[in-house]
Design a protein around this ligand. Structure first.
Ligand SMILES: [Zn+2]
Length: 158
């Protein structure tokens, strides 16, 4: 996929369109900061439809495997993405801030030029754990954790 996929968000909803495909992980430029490597690809599906209150909604499904950095040992940590999110389209800035008060649902401003890759990348980044770690028994750094923590405290106290 070399050309970017762009949709007219409102039109996409009005026509209850859907679109699916695969994107190789190296295409997600901002996501790279979170990754140990950029191998593999992700499967996605987006579909638009009005909800029961007539609000414009885009559903995003993303599946695949990425490698994050373990925050304890900084090594690669396989992480399964299996995301389903609902994005509400806001007609303008004031609606956007109003919708934001509930905080329970993602929303974006209506754009006739919505980049599908950007949309998917945002959803992935929002869903990532703040501090991903291997399980205790699987982390190569487990024996170092205590001494590392003591070292850190010493620095902080100075
Ligand atoms: Zn680890």
């Amino acid at each position: 996929m070399s050309a970017r996929t762009v949709i007219d968000a409102l039109d996409f909803v009005r026509c209850t369109s859907s679109h699916h495909g695969k994107i190789t992980i190296d295409k997600f430029v901002r996501l790279q900061d979170y990754l140990a490597d950029s191998q593999g690809e992700l499967e996605y599906k987006i579909s638009g439809a009005p909800d029961k209150n007539g609000k414009s909604i885009i559903q995003v499904t993303i599946k695949g495997k990425i490698n994050l950095h373990c925050q304890r040992c900084l090594g690669g940590l396989a992480y399964i993405l299996d995301l389903q999110s609902t994005i509400l389209l806001a007609e303008n800035e004031s609606e956007l801030s109003h919708l934001d008060e509930t905080g329970s649902i993602d929303e974006i401003l209506v754009d006739s030029d919505t980049d599908v890759l950007e949309l998917i990348e945002d959803e992935i980044i929002l869903s990532l754990p703040i501090s991903p770690r291997h399980r205790e028994e699987e982390c190569p750094a487990r024996e170092l954790t205590n001494s590392y923590a003591i070292g850190k405290n010493t620095i902080l106290q100075r």
